[in-house]
Design a protein around this ligand. Sequence first.
Ligand SMILES: C[S@@+](CC[C@H](N)C(=O)[O-])C[C@H]1O[C@@H](n2cnc3c(N)ncnc32)[C@H](O)[C@@H]1O
Length: 205
Amino acid sequence: MIFKLPPTAFQRQDESDDADFYSFPRLVQHIDDAAIAAVTQLYQDWLPPNGAVLDLMSSWISHLPEQVIFDRVAILGMNQQELAANPRADDYNVHDLNQNPQLPYTDNEFDAATICVSIDYLTQPVAVLSELSRVIKPGGPLLITFSNRCFATKAIAVWLQLSGHARGQLVAHWIDQAGGFTGADVVDLSSGSGDPLFAVIARAK
Ligand SMILES: C[S@@+](CC[C@H](N)C(=O)[O-])C[C@H]1O[C@@H](n2cnc3c(N)ncnc32)[C@H](O)[C@@H]1O
């Protein structure tokens, strides 16, 4: 289905510089243990061992399965202290994707990419997803997860109008718009109590 959202859909209550909002580290869990376990299981199922993984919109925790070794884990986010504290990261970039959706990586640099509980903060999600299709090798998975928690003042308006599966359909629509991916399946990985957890899974073409 093709539909075009108005520019107001991508506006936020707080349009101040994201660098200010993320200027201090938040070394916290943004979802509960069961939801994190669901993310980790998804990664166990989909991320290629010994591969190069990009965790976009990252922090001090990437939810990667402990027993799986990756050749490289690259992370990108807004707060230097959070990123430096991530024990799985081999390298990090402080980079505001709302200022510049272009990713600081070369074509086909990664075997897979993840975005956990963060896609709702992107004001240009299609541009970022298009960039992801460039940096993920053909066939590599893109795993986007989200729950029902967020920094509401920094989430885009359309996200706050939707919930659950409909948010997944929105992300799948953005993936279609970005091009460069096959599939965009929305799955409910909620444990049944506590924080819900949804995933959108696609593969780079
Ligand atoms: C709710 S936290 C989630 C962090 C981590 N992915 C996790 O699962 O705990 C949202 C993250 O999105 C990132 N983020 C928010 N706005 C961003 C932007 N404009 N550009 C890049 N990253 C951004 C921040 O670095 C922040 O750590």
